[in-house]
Design a protein around this ligand. Structure first.
Ligand SMILES: Cc1cc2nc3c(=O)[nH]c(=O)nc-3n(C[C@H](O)[C@H](O)[C@H](O)COP(=O)(O)OP(=O)(O)OC[C@H]3O[C@@H](n4cnc5c(N)ncnc54)[C@H](O)[C@@H]3O)c2cc1C
Length: 305
C-alpha cells in the first residue's frame, strides 16, 4: 500500500468533512469496539463511491465498505487502508405509489417509518434491525418471519469495474444471510421495495409489537452485533449455547448475554479480542456438548487470522 499516495489522492478529492484519519471504528460499530481505520470517508454520491474505490486501487490499498456497523467486529488494531462509509449522507428515501426507493445508507428504521407514513406494509419486520439498506441487501436481513428478499424487487450496485449494474431479485439469489452481491463483492447503492397499502394504525401496532418483543428478549441496552452466530440447520444457536453451560460466560469485558445466549455483548469495556475469545470459547463448548459447529454471523475484520 502506498500510504502517501492514498492520502494525497483522498485529500485532493474529498473535503475535510468527509475524510477522516485514524478514525476510531468503535464510533461506527454497534459493539462500540474497534481500533482506528487509517482513512475513513463518508460518501454522499455514487461518484464519491466510485472515486474512493479507484483511489484505493491506485494506491494498492485495502478497502472496506460499511453501513451502520451493526454486524461487525473490528480488531483492536483497527483497519489498514480505507473505510468507505455509506450512511446518513447517502440515505434518500422516496415513495411512488406502492414502490419505495432507498439509498444504501438509509437505516431500516427510517425506511420502515417512511413506509408507515405512506400507509404501506411489508417492512415492519426490519424496524428494529439497526442496520442500513445496503447491509440488509447484502446479507438478506430478516426477523419475525420477514426478510429483505420478500419485499425487494431489485438493487443497483457498483461492480468491481466501477460500473453501475441492476440486479433483479432473482439474480440477487438471496438465501439465509447470503446474497450474490456479497459473493461478488458488489457495493449496493440502492434498493427498490414493493410494498402493499394497509391501515397506518395497524402498521404502527405491528411495529410497536415487534419492538416490544425485541426489547423483552434482547440485551438492547448493551453493545453487540445482534445474533453472534448463524442459526445452524435444525437448531437454535442460543439454546445450544445455553445447553453447553455458556450463559454469562465472560472474558474481560465481553460476555455471553444472560438475557439472550445468542448475543455476545460488550459489558462496557470489552476489547475486540475479549469478544473474539468469548466467540472461540462458545464454539469449542458447543462443539464438545452437541457436536454442532457454530458459524459466526458477525463479520470479523482486521484480525491476524
Ligand atoms: C441489537 C441488534 C439486533 C439485530 N437484529 C437482527 C435481526 O433481527 N436480523 C438480522 O438479519 N440482523 C440483525 N442484526 C444484525 C445487523 O443489524 C444486520 O446484519 C444488518 O443488516 C447489518 O447492516 P449494516 O448496515 O449495519 O452493515 P455493516 O455492519 O456496516 O456491514 C456488514 C456487512 O455488510 C457489508 N455492507 C454494508 N453495506 C453495504 C453496501 N452498501 N454494499 C455492500 N456491502 C455492504 C459490509 O461490507 C459488511 O460485510 C442485529 C444487530 C444488532 C446490533
Amino acid at each position: 500500500m502506498d500510504t502517501e499516495l492514498l492520502a494525497n489522492l483522498l485529500e485532493e478529492h474529498f473535503s475535510s468533512d468527509a475524510l477522516k484519519y485514524d478514525e476510531p471504528m468503535s464510533m461506527h460499530t454497534t459493539f462500540g469496539i474497534g481500533g482506528p481505520a487509517d482513512f475513513f470517508v463518508s460518501v454522499s454520491s455514487v461518484e464519491d463511491i466510485r472515486r474512493a474505490c479507484n483511489i484505493a486501487r491506485t494506491a494498492n490499498a485495502p478497502w472496506h465498505v460499511i453501513g451502520a456497523g451493526s454486524d461487525l467486529l473490528i480488531a483492536d488494531a483497527g483497519l489498514r487502508g480505507l473505510v468507505i462509509h455509506l450512511g446518513e449522507h447517502f440515505a434518500d428515501i422516496s415513495i411512488d405509489g406502492t414502490t419505495l426507493h432507498a439509498q444504501a445508507g438509509a437505516s431500516n428504521e427510517a425506511v420502515a417509518n417512511a413506509a408507515l407514513e405512506a400507509g404501506l406494509t411489508g417492512y415492519e419486520f426490519a424496524c428494529g434491525i439497526p442496520g442500513s439498506i445496503g447491509g440488509a441487501a447484502i446479507m438478506n436481513a430478516g426477523a419475525y418471519e420477514g426478510e429483505f428478499a420478500h419485499v425487494c424487487t431489485g438493487v443497483n450496485c457498483l461492480d468491481s469495474h466501477g460500473d453501475v449494474i441492476e440486479v433483479s431479485a432473482s439474480e440477487a439469489d438471496w438465501s439465509y444471510r447470503h446474497s450474490m452481491m456479497s459473493d461478488r463483492g458488489y457495493i449496493v447503492l440502492d434498493a427498490t421495495l414493493q410494498l402493499v397499502p394497509w391501515n397506518k394504525e395497524q402498521i404502527r401496532e405491528r411495529m410497536d409489537d415487534l419492538q416490544e418483543r425485541r426489547a423483552s428478549k434482547q440485551p438492547l441496552e448493551l453493545g453487540s452485533a445482534g445474533s453472534t452466530f448463524k442459526r445452524p440447520i435444525g437448531y437454535y444457536a442460543g439454546k445450544l449455547i445455553q445447553d453447553a453451560g455458556m450463559r454469562g460466560h465472560t472474558r474481560g469485558g465481553a460476555q455471553v448475554s444472560t438475557k439472550h445466549c445468542g448475543f455476545v455483548v460488550n459489558m462496557g469495556s470489552a476489547s475486540a479480542q475479549d469478544v473474539r475469545n468469548v466467540i472461540d470459547d462458545v464454539q469449542k463448548a458447543v462443539l464438545a456438548d452437541s457436536g454442532v459447529h457454530l458459524e459466526p454471523e458477525v463479520r470479523m475484520w482486521g484480525f491476524e487470522d
